[in-house]
Design a binder for this molecule. Structure first.
Ligand code: PBG
Length: 310
């Protein structure tokens, strides 16, 4: 009876697996704050993409971990930079069996760890960053990315990237806008995952957790600029925002079940304080119930086997 009348579905096609690929790595490197998640080598990344496709996942979201960084994040634009290489690898591995998505942001590539370039006073320079994002979008599209995910929360980023893509014949490249992204403590473990060098915080460009109306405004602006899908991030502390955004727009809504949400469940389970597998499915179901059409989650592959056993 419960199966017959369940209101919320959770299916492999709705899940997107975020993956980290580390330049020069010979062995996968464990991320201590995210047990079970690794910085991949190019080779193990290819295998993980093939596995994701065979499991029927909707997509993978790729993050590059470069071996060197600089002030302007040049590794992000280099066609042989780790993220562009990883995109090419993933596309050649999976073909059209799943969507290859790329994180379009500078923080992994800058020595200061900010999502944009800095002005002479050391502040993030919104408009100078837009020009770099436009180039980065072209690099990802040229590498074959089906979907680019601008996650830097610069004002005007979606419009700048859309114009650049259209101007170069990449009309079919989709933009998944990190539209409502909060300055969140729940990104903590991610900083280890990408060897972040950030000092300070991202409060001049990411949202204040106390604001909900502002999220709707950010979503509206991104849609006006040409976003095809919008994301709310993090997911669990912002289920109310997911619901409000879902009710407000007519495009697909994604939610990012972020590193800190993952780490909390893993840590509690490792202590025997929580039933890990039930907690995973309950977490993902709650995000779907709140209104997310798709979920980015580090549990994506495992969730498929949990769903099969259910
Ligand atoms: C920025 C980016 C971040 C995450 C995804 N993209 C970190 C940040 O904004 O500080 C966090 C993802 C997670 O915590 O799982 N490129």
């Amino acid at each position: 009876m419960r199966r017959l009348v369940a209101e919320t579905t959770l299916e492999p096609r709705q899940l997107i697996l975020p993956m980290f690929i580390r330049e020069g790595a010979r062995e996968p490197i464990a991320i201590s704050s995210m047990p079970g998640v690794y910085q991949h080598t190019r080779d193990t990344a290819r295998k993980a993409v093939a596995e994701a496709a065979s499991l029927g996942l909707g997509g993978v979201m790729l993050f590059g971990v470069p071996s060197s960084k600089d002030e302007v994040g040049s590794g992000a634009l280099d066609p042989d930079g780790i993220l562009n290489v990883a995109i090419r690898d993933a596309v050649s591995e999976a073909g059209d069996d799943l969507l290859v998505m790329s994180d379009l942001c500078l923080d992994e590539f800058t020595s200061h760890g900010h999502c944009g370039v800095l002005d002479s006073a050391g502040r993030v320079d919104n408009d100078a960053t837009l020009a770099v994002y436009a180039e980065m979008g072209l690099a990802h599209a040229t590498a074959g990315a089906h979907v680019v995910g601008p996650s830097g929360m610069m004002d005007g980023q979606v419009g700048a990237i859309r114009t650049a893509l259209d101007g170069a014949g990449f009309q079919d490249t989709v933009i998944l806008a990190y539209a409502a992204k909060y300055a969140s403590a729940f990104f903590g473990p991610f900083r280890e995952a990408v060897d972040s060098s950030l000092k300070g915080d991202r409060k001049t460009y990411q949202q204040d957790p106390s604001n909900a109306r502002e999220a709707i405004r950010e979503v509206d602006l991104d849609l006006e600029e040409g976003a095809d899908m919008v994301m709310v991030k993090p997911a669990l502390p912002y289920l109310d925002i997911i619901r409000q955004v879902r009710d407000h727009v007519n495009v697909p809504v994604a939610a990012y079940n972020v590193s800190g949400e993952y780490a909390m469940v893993e840590a509690a389970a490792a202590n025997g304080w929580i039933d890990r597998e039930r907690a995973i499915l309950e977490t993902l179901t709650s995000i779907r119930r709140a209104g997310a059409d798709t979920i980015l989650t580090y549990w994506a592959a495992e969730a498929v086997s949990l769903l099969q056993r259910r």
